[in-house]
Ligand binder design. Sequence first.
Ligand SMILES: [Zn+2]
Ligand SMILES: [Zn+2]
Length: 634
Amino acid sequence: MEASRLRLEIGGLVQGVGFRPFVYRLARELGLAGWVCNSAAGASLELEGSDAALEGFLLRLPREKPPHAEIAHLEVRKIPARGEGAFEIRPSLAGEKTAAILPDLAVCGSCLSELFDPADRRYRYPFLNCTRCGPRFSILEALPYDRANTTMSGFAMCEACRAEYEDPRDRRFHAQPIACPQCGPRLEYWDAEGRAPAALEEALPCAVRAVREGKILALKGLGGFHLIADARNDAALARLRRRKAREEKPFALMFPSLAALREAAEVSELEARWLQSAEAPIVLLRRRAAAGLSTAVAPGNPYLGAMLPYTPLHHLLMADWGFPVVATSGNRAEEPICTRESEAWERLGGIADAFLVHDRPIARPVDDSILRVMAGREMMLRRSRGFAPLPVAVPISRPVLALGAHLKDTVALGVSNRVYVSQHLGDLQTPQAMAAFAEAAERLQACYETRPESVACDLHPDYASTHFAESLGRPLRRVQHHHAHVVACMAEQGLEGRVLGVAWDGLGYGPDGTLWGGEFLLATRAAFERAGYFLPFPLPGGERALREPRRVALGMLHEALGPAGLSDFKGPLRAAFSPAEWRLLREMLEKGLQCPRSSGVGRLFDAVAALIGLRRVQKFEGQAAMELEFLCEE
Ligand SMILES: [Zn+2]
Ligand SMILES: [Zn+2]
């Protein structure tokens, strides 16, 4: 029988997901010869055999591919047969780097069974993983995704791991972060003085004991440090809030199991699916009255931000604790999450009473993602671990680096009709945040070995991200803030042409030099018209008004009633100010001093919250609007 040979080029999410072993097994099963390897774009393979077997392969490839693999692009060419008899997995090919990088994946069921199986050689080993789970983006230094390009490169595999790694029938075949107690990363425990216990295996029990005793533990996790404390312990949480300078902003929680979480909060089917997914985000859930949690977890908030353990280390700790813990980012307020032991010691030393660390380096900080289910659909509030840096498909003619705006920043790289969106980088308010931002931009370009000719930044002339963009010395494209939001929605939803975009945002610089906020834009990808907007009103004190809804309310009243009307105003808002403050702010408003005008929709919520006496000064961004929402739901 005549043999045919095909060459397949596959683009998409096919590296680090067990794709090559899957191809190997399928080809062998069908009696096909040839090879498969990782390429810079994804995977390349050649197959040789009967037409029926080749056809069977092409049919089964998309249907039976590993769960996390995604084939975005498949090109099949017929090439001359070579008469090969075997199928093999070959080393990676070089070339233009466009392969998607996989996000970090929560530990899978098979690994979890091993973790708690006393007969397994990885019994209670906190760093086990396989081709279906484990760290990816947080350990990746460069493409292609091979061990030498990850932070696992410093760990030499032992013989047993090597055998699994090289056996195509093993589920750890080419699992790049493969490790075991003999050859992999190890835990270390330090107390507040930096002393470690004598024996390494004491590290985990020490950490378990510390949190039980009400101490605050700095835990090195997947994408950075968490600060951990017993969620039932008022004193521990009060201490954590004081030391972290975080007065009332809710803390995220980690629960030992879905069953335990269900006792504390209402969990729908869809929410349960997300909680148990490989992305394992924090999900906002409606809390139950008698949840047994300290009120300091989320003061005055009917919701809980909760997640389930997603690394083997979390599973070990949570199983030993058996109670929910606060698991908040390891940082001081407004700084980026901490990733290195030495850095943690310096930055978290004043907050944590104890440290549980390990020696697998984190290549980049990746915060927990946050998601909320509304009207039966998930809504992403923070897209980071588990999702970043998955791309969005957008037709792009030339590579471009986009740097975001100022708050809740991410950077993105557009290359080969894909936009790779970075992890959440936070607010660019501190030198640490700026350093993390610059590094993320640099690393994203380095990963894809591309230096885009053009750079996109916000139209605002004074944002730190704008200054950074200007410092790159490449052609700049300044994008209006709300237009960027609308176009991002269009890209996400695959919309073309002209749309009516509604962007209700805080503040964004308008082309007329004023601050825009609640905008209705008639927009295409390239241009927009301002079709409508909320009436702007003055914010006495600018930035300070963002923290003080009472000032926002005063600005709105001034606009609505005029100076004379405000003199006669007898409403309860007056009691929110001292007579001196009232005089001073009214003077500022009348003279237009330090009173930038805003049409931000968020400010309307602030104003109403202050007018009805709900919240006059807020402890964190969005508090007044959230409380108004809770009140409406009651
Ligand atoms: Zn696994
Ligand atoms: Zn090993």
